[in-house]
Write a protein that binds this ligand. Structure first.
Ligand code: HEM
Length: 472
């Protein structure tokens, strides 16, 4: 039905595909979103492309993405089966799961994250505590140049780890470091051109080295998670649930007699893996963009520091300070807009036949909500290509919300960790700028710093070193 529909006159237009490769020859495989942004100029806000054998419909610009994901939310709520993720998560968990399994896992995830303090004081305290460890580690570098990725990853990971397991890891713990390196490597591999190619032509899989490493890493991660929760099972106390995993295991025991239930080990393993994957790389990449941008624009960094000094002084930054700090709030929002870490969102799939702007899109169509086109929509942002915190400030310097601020996407699949991520970004960012001034290594000037994104599942900054000068 899908193929037939794509020959209909009212199917979204797009470049003419070649046999087998489709439109691959015109795609920038390292940064496919850039080609899509170009194509939207020619074909408009709804167009089709074909990556290998996979036909896709791309939605571009704020109005169109909102029309689909928000106004026709249910029709755009599914995920397609993406070969590499279908192989690794088998449709279990939350991110790459479908139908009822997804609904049950999503509901459980949201309620349990809330119960364990997402958006509340309990998690805020945990972030504040982790900030202490992070700052101490950075202080020990004594202002010398260093690669900040590992330590930022570790601090951010500890927040999700403490929700999932009820404890944090020491930054030097070898198991923790292994876990982090597996997660980072998988994020890099999942965005690599060869895995993108595999997703389009799965028959090639057995040839591809990156794909094999990814499978191997995932099976190591799954074993780690399995071991961890088997340990927890021994001490499980229904009346003293200390973590997300405890809550899942209690539900599992309650539903033991239900053989059609969802609370089985495969869902637990994938869910925990999904939360690690979604919760670490995203937040940590955004924070690294933030520090790079502060080094690039030292005058913006000083304005944030002035506001911190005025509102917080030397006290501990807290969420309650946010409303009194419009400039910092605007900078954090602008970092997310500019960093644009999931430029093609995660793919969606239609659950029924739909019509968008007069075009017919059949049930089961692979949809790309091009978040990059929303975060850089010329009709919504004064200077879409520039880092410009004024995007979120009115003429009196008050913070203004922007509808087109959609780094977490929108609709039924909107990021399940948005509240947590926002808390982390504000608290980590303000605490770091309260204690340190970030600048490039000696011999590198601000204007030398490259803001071209590197290649990865979450578009990260290019590798770089930072100097964190302690502030007295
Ligand atoms: C999904 C962004 C942090 C958990 C997503 C999606 C985006 C996103 C764009 C896809 C939404 C869609 O399909 O339309 C971000 C950004 C983050 C962040 C920019 C940080 C700066 C987190 C954190 C968690 C998390 C800390 C941890 C709880 C999830 C989950 C999903 C998801 C579970 C899948 C939702 C579903 O399929 O129903 N996120 N995220 N994210 N995110 Fe986040």
């Amino acid at each position: 039905k899908f193929w037939n529909s794509s020959f209909r006159e009212d199917f979204p237009p797009g470049p003419k595909p070649l046999p087998i490769i489709g439109n691959l020859h015109i795609m920038n495989l390292k940064r496919p979103y850039r080609t899509m942004l170009e194509l939207s100029k020619k074909y408009g806000p709804v167009f089709s492309i074909q990556m290998g054998c996979q036909k896709m419909v791309v939605l571009s610009g704020y109005e169109m993405v909102k029309e689909a994901l928000v106004n026709q939310a249910d029709a755009f709520a599914e995920r397609p089966k993406i070969p590499v993720f279908a192989d690794t998560s088998k449709g279990y968990g939350i991110i790459f799961s479908h139908g009822n399994n997804w609904k049950v896992m999503r509901r459980f995830t949201l309620t349990t994250l809330r119960d364990f303090g997402m958006g509340k004081r309990a998690i805020e305290d945990r972030i504040v505590e982790e900030n202490g460890f992070l700052t101490k580690d950075i202080e020990s570098r004594k202002g010398k140049p260093f690669e900040i990725t590992t330590i930022i990853n570790a601090a951010v990971a500890n927040i999700i780890v403490s929700i999932l397991l009820g404890e944090r890891f020491d930054y030097k713990n070898p198991t923790f470091l292994r876990l982090l390196s597996l997660m980072s490597e998988n994020a890099r591999l999942a965005g690599s051109p060869s895995v993108t190619l595999y997703n389009m032509c799965p028959a090639l899989g057995f040839l591809l080295r990156n794909y094999k490493i990814l499978l191997h890493n995932t099976s190591e991660l799954h074993s780690f998670i399995r071991l961890t929760f088997i340990e927890r099972l021994k001490e499980l106390d229904k009346n003293d649930q200390r973590s997300f995993i405890d809550a899942f295991l209690v539900r599992q025991q309650e539903e033991k007699s239900n053989t059609n239930g969802y609370f089985h080990n495969d869902n637990l393993i994938s869910l925990v893996n999904n939360l690690f994957a979604a919760g670490i790389e995203t937040t940590s990449t955004t924070l690294r963009w933030g520090l790079l941008l502060m080094m690039k624009y030292p005058q913006i960094q000083s304005k944030v520091q002035e506001e911190i000094a005025r509102v917080i002084g030397s006290a501990q930054p807290r969420i309650e300070h946010r409303t009194k700090m419009p400039y910092t709030d605007a900078v954090v929002h602008e970092i997310q807009r500019f960093a644009n870490i999931l430029p093609m969102d995660l793919p969606h799939e239609t659950t029924e036949d739909v019509t968008l702007k007069g075009y017919f899109i059949p049930k089961g169509t692979y949809i790309i909500p091009l978040l990059a086109s929303v975060l850089q929509d010329e009709s919504q942002w004064k200077k879409p290509d520039k880092f410009n915190p004024e995007h979120f400030l009115d003429s009196q310097g008050k913070f203004v919300k922007k509808e087109a601020f959609m780094p977490f996407s929108a609709g039924r699949r909107i990021c399940a960790g948005e509240t947590l991520a926002k808390m982390e970004l504000f608290l980590f960012f303000t605490s770091l700028l309260q204690r340190f001034t970030f600048h490039p290594p000696p011999g590198v000037t601000s204007s030398d710093l490259d803001l071209t994104p590197a290649v990865g599942f979450t578009t990260p900054p290019m590798p770089h070193k930072v100097c964190a000068e302690p502030r007295s």
